[in-house]
Design a protein around this ligand. Structure first.
Ligand code: ADP
Ligand code: MG
Length: 285
């Protein structure tokens, strides 16, 4: 069996971008959003009366127990789910459906396996009619930004999970979205790779300057990454705490032993503990 295991390429450190590119930063508002699935006896409120204001350029983490409605809330901003009441807005415009102004990164890498890294990243700009040369040049810029220049002509199956997810991030950014929506993007990675990806993401965010909404159920991840952590209650999901993370940037893994980091984690933990218990009891009722 061992002979069949493919050697994994070694993770490359993040390189600075070759060209100075900046994002346009979207202002995200969620106004009195409730989301109900099904009707009658089968009706289920996934998100209940939630309002959030995310200023341009902010990095906001949405933290909550499994099944509390994090993905559903993110999907209303992405335009995949229409709220039952209220509205999601980007730069004052009500979100009516999916669009390239909102980039999405999921836990599953969802790359085209038959396309190279470069072709995957150039796909969005190509579809948007930017032309082949411009699309390839944009792809190259973002491939360099995520530190994969040497792998531009490889296929996804030739890359490690962390590298595939970097391609996913490059692909989302290549459309120059106003907002980056990330749904547990590092959930499938081993802890070493996850930590490296978190640091990489912060570097990309500080260089590119985009508004980020990042969903996670991991307290360490939320506090390490965010300017703010929004803690959601168990189903039906509501935001029960809005915690400002006043830790200095740039952040590195040295924060793990920082007293302020631990205090913020404890605060999130306290908020989420009762909710996790309630979610567990609901699921086992
Ligand atoms: P989280 O991302 O926090 O784990 P989700 O947003 O995926 O939670 O789901 C919240 C709740 O809404 C869950 O109870 C889930 O089963 C339900 N739900 C999510 N999407 C749908 C759907 N399309 N139809 C019916 N129920 C759904
Ligand atoms: Mg989810």
């Amino acid at each position: 069996m061992l002979g069949l295991v493919k050697p994994q390429p070694v993770e490359e450190p993040l390189h600075p971008p070759a060209r100075n590119v900046r994002a346009s930063q979207g202002h995200v508002e969620i106004v009195d959003v409730s989301i109900e699935f099904g009707t009658g006896d089968k009706a289920h409120v996934a998100v209940s009366e939630t309002s959030v204001d995310v200023p341009p350029g902010e990095f906001v983490c949405i933290l909550g127990p499994s099944g509390c409605g994090k993905s559903t809330l993110l999907n209303t901003i992405a335009g995949y789910v229409q709220p039952t009441t209220g509205a999601a807005m980007v730069d004052g415009e009500v979100v009516a459906g999916p669009g390239p102004d909102r980039g999405m990164v999921f836990q599953q890498y969802s790359l085209f396996p038959w396309k190279t890294v470069k072709e995957n990243v150039a796909f969005g700009p190509n579809i948007l009619g930017r032309g082949r040369t411009a699309s390839n040049s944009t792809a190259q810029t973002f491939i360099e930004m995520v530190g994969l220049a040497k792998f531009a002509n490889r296929y996804p199956a030739e890359l490690s999970g962390g590298m595939q997810q970097r391609v996913g991030i490059a692909r989302a950014l290549a459309n120059y979205p106003r907002v980056l929506l990330m749904d547990e993007p590092f959930g499938a990675l081993d802890s070493q790779t996850r930590h490296m990806m978190q640091e990489n993401l912060l570097k990309i965010w500080s260089e590119f300057g985009i508004t980020v909404l990042f969903v996670t159920h991991d307290i360490d991840e939320a506090v390490f990454l965010g300017d703010r952590v929004l803690v959601m209650s168990a189903s039906p999901g509501r935001i029960i705490a809005d915690i400002r993370v006043d830790l200095p940037r740039p952040r590195s893994l040295d924060l793990a032993v920082d007293e302020r980091f631990m205090r913020l984690k404890r605060l999130c933990h306290e908020k989420i503990k009762a909710e996790s218990l309630r979610a567990f009891e609901q699921q086992n009722a």
